[in-house]
Design a protein around this ligand. Structure first.
Ligand SMILES: NC(=O)c1ccc[n+]([C@@H]2O[C@H](COP(=O)([O-])OP(=O)(O)OC[C@H]3O[C@@H](n4cnc5c(N)ncnc54)[C@H](OP(=O)(O)O)[C@@H]3O)[C@@H](O)[C@H]2O)c1
Length: 229
């Protein structure tokens, strides 16, 4: 059984991945910005005995450093899932403020970078040696309709980050992939989205299982369908 670390695991797709992974027997290190408020995670930890809850804000270097320090486990699979979407419109959308850009780029791009770098020693000494970045089809430059600028560009950058990490970490035998979870009924995806978090999470865990040095650098969805960059 593997040890899986999931960022942003207190709700949404992250919580569903934590639940499915714990139920299949993996040990899950589940992060939340405010563990004291992570009720669903606490119940999952109580029910399964396989979930370790730790504090992590991916945009805060001190938080990332303290988290890496607190981690003693070898991490077979690092899932960089935490993300934000705070503005949807075109150029006229007043929500595209400098602060909105800062929040999205720090959370969706710098966050995965900072956590991957800090956790690398723990991934390096594991058997699994895998890193998965949860991006989005909205980051595909081939499918760019002209809206949600901060989010779309951040998710394009997240794929680019995965591709660069895949290249740099190849000699160390660490496989890295970028993934689209589908359009999922979470706080971010909304109630009208296509699929339930459990379906997305199950598909994603299957794709992470399939990730290998032969497929490192992949960008695909939760069903294994390749996505154009
Ligand atoms: N839902 C979709 O349809 C969809 C589609 C494509 C891609 N995605 C991607 O899938 C991932 C998960 O999305 P979701 O739908 O599950 O979103 P969600 O329900 O909004 O949950 C987002 C998670 O990220 C955490 N987070 C946000 N900022 C953070 C920070 N600075 N540090 C640590 N954790 C932080 C949140 O923690 P708090 O509770 O503390 O805010 C929460 O646990 C995201 O990367 C998203 O972009 C989602």
């Amino acid at each position: 059984m593997a040890t899986i670390l999931i960022t942003g695991a207190n709700r949404g797709i992250g919580l569903s991945m934590a639940r499915l992974a714990a139920q299949r027997g993996d040990t899950v290190i589940a992060t939340a910005r405010v563990p004291q408020q992570a009720q669903a995670l606490a119940e999952l930890a109580e029910d399964t005995g396989r979930v370790i809850i730790r504090a992590l804000d991916v945009t805060d270097e001190a938080s990332v450093a303290a988290f890496a320090e607190a981690t003693t486990e070898a991490v077979d699979l690092l899932v960089l899932n935490a993300g934000v979407l705070n503005a949807y419109g075109g150029l006229d959308d007043p929500a595209h403020t400098a602060e909105a850009w800062r929040e999205v780029l720090m959370t969706n791009v710098a966050g995965p970078f900072l956590v991957a770098r800090a956790m690398l020693p723990h991934v390096d000494r594991s058997k699994g040696k895998k890193i998965a970045i949860v991006s989005s089809v909205m980051g595909s430059s081939e499918r760019a309709p002209g809206n949600a600028y901060p989010y779309r560009t951040s998710k394009a950058a997240a794929v680019n980050l995965a591709r660069n990490l895949a290249a740099e970490l190849e000699p160390r035998g660490i496989a890295v992939g970028a993934y689209h979870p589908g359009w999922v009924r979470t706080d971010m995806g909304g109630g009208g989205a296509d699929i339930a978090p459990e379906e997305s999470a199950g598909g994603l865990l299957g794709r992470f299982d399939a990730l290998s040095m032969a497929t490192t650098g992949v960008f695909e969805d939760y069903r294994g369908q390749e996505i154009p960059f």
